[in-house]
Design a protein around this ligand. Structure first.
Ligand SMILES: CC(C)(COP(=O)(O)OP(=O)(O)OC[C@H]1O[C@@H](n2cnc3c(N)ncnc32)[C@H](O)[C@@H]1OP(=O)(O)O)[C@@H](O)C(=O)NCCC(=O)NCCS
Length: 149
């Protein structure tokens, strides 16, 4: 297993980024100013993580995704661990926003994130089409936070 920092041609990873965030226009808003980390197993791309430095203390995970056929094998957990370890020297906190989807929220809560604020109507206001996960339309964005110290 190998994690590579993507240096150029970030848009080559659009396919897998769309697994985590269905809207290409939204991805393009953060891709340029995010660092991308790609996880490969036997040289096969399985997972991606986009990380943006928000301020001197905080980084935000803008996208974390695993191709459906490789999910539930521990890849995203490995990538999340790697990102938290990589940033903990210089930053104090990692935040991320996600839809109100119990599976996703539990994934992060099990890994030390706690729920903070809710942005009302984020998905209905900002996305060009309804985003449905687990049969439920996403409306609000839920922010989660984890201390890196
Ligand atoms: C959320 C998401 C990133 C998780 O990716 P993943 O690679 O499947 O994550 P992991 O395999 O590390 O963890 C998933 C589960 O598999 C379990 N797992 C870990 N190693 C495993 C293994 N070797 N075999 C089987 N299951 C394993 C984990 O314990 C975890 O369950 P838990 O949360 O109850 O502990 C992925 O489901 C995804 O891309 N979803 C779609 C996009 C999305 O909704 N993203 C979130 C918003 S950005």
């Amino acid at each position: 297993m190998e994690i590579r920092k993507v240096i150029s041609n970030k848009t080559d990873f659009m396919d897998i980024l769309l697994v985590g965030d269905e809207d290409e226009a939204m991805i393009n808003k953060y891709l340029g100013s995010s660092k991308l980390f790609a996880l490969y197993d036997n040289n096969i791309l399985t997972s991606i993580c986009a990380v943006m430095e928000i301020d001197a203390e905080t980084v935000e995970i803008k996208n974390l995704a695993t191709y459906p056929e490789y999910q539930n094998k521990g890849y995203a957990s490995k990538l999340l661990d790697y990102v938290c370890n990589r940033y903990k020297e210089k930053f104090r906190t990692v935040i991320l926003g996600t839809g109100e989807n119990d599976t996703t929220l539990n994934f992060y809560k099990k890994r030390g994130f706690v729920q903070t604020r809710r942005i009302k109507n984020f998905f209905t206001d900002n996305y060009s089409h309804p985003i449905v996960e687990n049969g439920k339309q996403l409306v609000d964005m839920i922010y989660l936070i984890k201390s890196l110290t």
